[in-house]
Each structure stands twice: as C-alpha cells, then as structure tokens.
Design a protein around this ligand. Structure first.
Ligand code: PLP
Length: 377
C-alpha cells in the first residue's frame, strides 16, 4: 500500500503504539482521583500538557485537552464569541478557506445575532491581508485564520492577521491542525490555537486548544469541572499519552523530517508536471512540505481516486470530511479556480512514513491512470 493521505490521518507511529499499549494496561484510574494509580494517570496527562505547551509556545496551564481538532475549533469559535457578546462584540471574521469545523461553528452563531464575514484569499490560497484589515473593526469578537490549509498546505500570514486583530481588540484563533507536524508554531502568539493528535502519528479522538491567559471562553459542555471548567469530562489518559509520544517524536525530528519529505514532495510534483495539463494549487505560495495539491485537466477526481485505489495508492480529492461529497471544494472556489479544473483535484499528502519508493510508485500509478482516463474520454 502506498499511503499518501497523511493530511487526512497518519498511521500510529511505533513509539505511540508502544506507549498506548502500556497505558491501556496500566493507567486505568481516573486521573482526577487522589490515590496512587490516579496520580500516575495524572502524571501522564501533565507530561503531555507540558509538551503541547512547548509546541504551541504557551504555558501548561493554558492547554485544554479536547476530543480533537473539530472540538477545539468549536470551543474556540463558539466559546470566545459567546463570551464576548456582552461587551458588544458580535462580529466574527474567518477566512474563506477554513476547515468546516471553523466555518460551520461560525455559521452556528448567526441565528444568535452574530455577523459572520469571510475574508477572501488570493489565487494562490493566501489570505488577503488588506481585505481582512477592512473587515475587522471594533465590533469584532474574534478573527480565525488557519496556520496552514488542509487541502493545499498553503501557509497563512498569521502574524499579520494577529497584528490587525489585536490592534482592534479582537481575539485571534488559529487552526494549526495541519501545521503542527511541520512548523514551529511556538513563536506565534494567537490567543487560541487548535491542534489534533492524529495528524502527527498520534491517535484519533484527541486534541487540544491552547487558551492564552486572560482569554475567556464559555464552555460547550458542563460537568465535573475538569480542564478548569472549559472542557469537563474524565480525561482520556491513553489517548493523551499517545499524543505526548507523538509530540516527543515530532519535536525532536521535525527539521530532518521536513527536509526529507519536502524533497520527496518536490520530486513527485516534478513528475506530475511532466504529464502536462497539471496545475499545482498554491504553487507560488509557501506550503507545508508534505502537501501536494494539483488540478489535472481532462479527468474527474472521483474516477482517478478509484483507479489509484485499485493500484493501492491512497490519496484524496479534498479534505477527508468532504471527499466523496462530489461538490467543488470551497477552498478551490475561494481561490478562483474554475469548476471545470477543480473537478480534477487531487491531494497527495506525504508524512513521516513516506519513503522514496512510495513517491516513485505513486507517480507511475498516477501517470498511467491519468493517461487511461484522458484516452477514454
Ligand atoms: N482542522 C483542520 C485544518 C483539519 O485538517 C482537520 C482534520 O482534517 C480538523 C480541523 C478536524 O480535526 P479532527 O479530525 O481531529 O476533528
């Protein structure tokens, strides 16, 4: 199997699997209890909390564990907006290329009287800073711009976003779910940062939201007061421990991994360009090293994916949540890519487990599938 869908989810790394197997057996106690086994479980959680804080440039007491990126995004958007309504801030500005976890959470605020405004992006998928600047005003509760896009991998100017938003008293949220595996996001100082374990070799169903000191949120769920009341519920010791093992791996190996994977990605990109009629999305922008998103002329991505699957190549057309929906991607629409071209969208996402042989075999399989589809038209 040639797995090039790391942006959808990564395989569990060996270190994560070993850690989780150990924790499943040993750390069953409720980490909120007071006895020795509970304290051992609590230690696992607090060690991961420190790693998340280091990775995100925050303090351990600013980390709130969640069930993943979707929940972190919802907690950030809904929690911050609802809290700020009482001070007259009822506008939310989000980029047009956000993940649905952000877009749909923002849309859910509209019936409660919030105004939600989409900030446009350039042809290369980068948020237009000037346009964003005109949208943010004194009534803005929150601005949400992702650190890097999940479809194209295009990295966003979050420092500039932050400057604009903070100058007008708005909070900043960034969805760093895709970026965390590849980028040091610790120097950026968004008020709210979402991450998820399964994009970096960790388990699904675990994530975190960094809630910078002084940032107030209305919780989405109510209960036993865990996570300083912001996300009550018994903590998932095994999943959080797995997240910690994944972070341990990433924080030590990121520079080596990044240069290896970007070389593979560039090779794959060059091979695909030789096919002709292949357009790299976000080609002129800075992209995450593992992402390669192309629109291939003269083919339909659904059919291409079926042929690739038959050749044991796992890829996708858009984000995993919307592929299969056969509707044009909102990200490509926002970039102004016409619908005829976006029908041939293909996302190949490389990761820590990708080898040179994978990209060579994938290039051959894609070339043969595209040629077959073009001939049969
Ligand atoms: N945000 C982005 C940018 C993503 O790519 C994803 C997952 O694909 C999510 C949020 C949702 O994360 P999770 O699958 O952990 O809920």
């Amino acid at each position: 199997m040639i797995y090039l869908d790391h942006a959808a989810s990564t395989p569990l790394s060996a270190a994560v699997r070993t850690r989780m197997q150990h924790l499943l057996k040993e750390e069953f106690a409720n980490p909120s209890s007071l006895h020795a086994p509970a304290r051992a479980a609590r230690k696992v959680i607090e060690e991961t909390r420190e790693l998340v804080a280091v990775a995100l440039g925050g303090r351990p007491d600013e980390v709130v564990f969640t069930s993943g990126g979707t929940e972190s995004d919802n907690l950030a958007i809904l929690g911050a907006a609802r809290k700020r309504r009482s001070i007259g801030r009822t506008k939310v500005v989000v980029s047009a290329i956000e993940h649905h976890a952000v877009l749909d959470a923002a849309a859910a605020l509209v019936p409660d009287g919030f105004e939600v405004v989409l900030a446009p992006v350039s042809r290369d998928g980068v948020v237009e800073i000037e346009a964003l600047s005109e949208l943010v005003d004194d009534s803005t509760a929150l601005v949400s711009v992702m650190t890097a896009n999940n479809e194209t991998g295009v990295i966003q100017p979050i420092d500039e976003v932050q400057e604009i938003a903070h100058a007008r008293g708005a909070l900043v949220h960034t969805d760093a779910v895709q970026a965390l595996a590849w980028m040091d996001i610790s120097p950026h100082a968004a008020d709210l940062v979402s991450v998820s374990a399964h994009k970096l070799g960790g388990p699904k169903g675990v994530g975190a939201l960094l809630v910078r000191r002084g940032t107030k949120l209305e919780p989405l769920v109510h209960g036993g007061g865990q996570e300083r009341g912001m996300r009550p519920g018994t903590l998932n010791t095994v999943g959080i421990g797995g997240f910690g093992a994944a972070l341990d791996d990433i924080l030590g190996n990121r520079p080596t991994l990044t240069s290896r994977v970007s070389a593979f990605r560039n090779q794959l990109q060059n091979d695909l360009l030789k096919l002709g009629g292949v357009h790299v999305s976000g080609a002129k922008a800075e992209r995450l090293p593992g992402h390669l998103h192309v629109c291939v002329e003269g083919i339909e991505s659904d059919t291409l994916l079926v042929l690739l699957d038959a050749a044991s190549v796992c890829a996708s057309s858009a984000s995993a949540c919307s592929s299969g929906a056969s509707e044009a991607s909102h990200v490509l629409k926002a970039m102004g890519i016409d619908s005829r071209l976006s029908r041939g969208a293909l996302r190949l996402s490389l990761g820590y487990s990708t080898q040179l042989a994978d990209v060579e075999a994938a290039a051959t399989a894609i070339e043969s599938a595209v040629t077959r589809l073009r001939v049969s038209k």
